[in-house]
Design a protein around this ligand. Structure first.
Ligand SMILES: Cc1cc2nc3c(=O)[nH]c(=O)nc-3n(C[C@H](O)[C@H](O)[C@H](O)COP(=O)(O)O)c2cc1C
Length: 313
């Protein structure tokens, strides 16, 4: 089984990936948060700081693109292939209202003919691997068979399915019957993504779908950075590992941003997930949330690390 880190905009940037991989090297591949190529056909300095291979050394990483314009996609994908990337991923899952209103992300699923034209152009022009990360549809899982039939007509290198429709956002339960349907009806390479929080969740999914050889984990892996190691039969994270991982990430953000406020803001985002590892974390989490500078933040973190940890989340 291969285990992939899900792309998470605002959280799993290049600095995060480097530090996570240093402490928890069992992740087989990191999918990067999306870039939105525009018709200017240039990457911004901020995008380059995330995507350049020199910031992603020592592990496999796949850049992700989100656009409904095939020419812009082809330009950006070719530029990424030229940088040495073997695979580029297309985002067909982002549920945000501002994104879908423009017909991008999950919004592309609402227009199957447009999607087909887009894929025609992409697959007739690009020399490298293109994978897709998709939801089941916009409104209803009944949209999925038609979409799956469209995907089947192209040499998609990997189809990552997050079995929710856009209307489900991240709230509603995943629709396992639709994923099972895909396993039976799609002959290309498949990856499952959604709701895997514990090593037992991963084992259960492997048993249920022995044909599926790839799992992608997002929020569960942010909450428990050693989750892939555990899913592969290894130990959970020790307190020392968690502290060292946290400290290196925190220092790296301080150096990169040169701002306590910005660093603390980023670390709060991570603690939203990481706090789930600790028993009775509410008070320490409140302290972290209230912090606006390093002193307040560090005292909240020290209180968190004094708490007992859960065996399983
Ligand atoms: C804060 C946040 C940011 C995300 N950013 C992206 C993104 O850039 N690209 C993408 O394809 N999915 C993105 N996702 C979706 C995740 O990759 C993943 O599909 C989702 O969280 C479900 O998997 P999980 O239950 O393992 O977290 C994001 C999700 C969250 C919560």
């Amino acid at each position: 089984m291969e285990y992939y880190f899900a792309p998470m905009e605002g959280v799993t940037g290049a600095i995060f990936r480097r530090v996570h991989h240093r402490y928890f090297p069992e992740t087989d591949c990191y999918y990067m948060p999306f870039l939105s190529p525009t018709q200017d056909h240039v990457f911004t300095p901020r995008e380059l700081r995330n995507v350049l291979p020199e910031y992603n050394q020592g592990f496999r990483a796949v850049p992700q693109l989100m656009t409904k314009n095939a020419q812009d996609f082809c330009w950006a994908a070719q530029a990424l292939f030229d940088l040495g990337y073997e695979e580029v991923n297309l985002n067909l899952g982002c549920p945000s209202g501002t994104v879908t209103a423009k017909g991008k992300g999950a919004g592309m699923l609402a227009d199957p003919e447009g999607l087909e034209r887009f894929l025609d152009e992409v697959f007739s022009h690009l020399p490298g691997k293109v994978s897709i990360k998709t939801r089941l549809g916009m409104e209803s899982p009944e949209e999925f068979p038609r979409l799956l039939e469209i995907f089947s007509r192209y040499p998609v290198s990997l189809l990552i399915i997050h079995p929710r429709v856009r209307q489900d956002f991240y709230r509603e339960p995943v629709r396992m019957d639709s994923f099972a349907w895909a396993v039976d009806h799609y002959s290309g390479a498949l990856c499952y993504n959604g709701g895997l929080r514990t090593a037992s969740d991963c084992t259960r999914l492997c048993r249920q779908f022995p044909q599926v050889e790839r799992l992608m984990l997002g929020q569960g892996l942010l909450a428990n950075p050693a989750l892939i190691r555990q899913a592969k039969g290894g130990p959970g994270a020790s307190l020392e590992e968690l502290q060292a991982y946290h400290q290196e990430l925190y220092q790296a953000y301080l150096e990169a941003f040169g701002s306590q406020k910005n660093t603390v803001y980023h670390m709060k985002e991570l603690w939203h997930y990481l706090s789930q590892l600790f028993v009775g974390s509410e008070k320490a989490m409140k302290q972290i949330r209230k912090a606006s500078d390093c002193a307040g933040y560090e005292s909240g973190v020290a209180a968190m690390f004094r708490l007992p940890r859960k065996e399983e989340i």
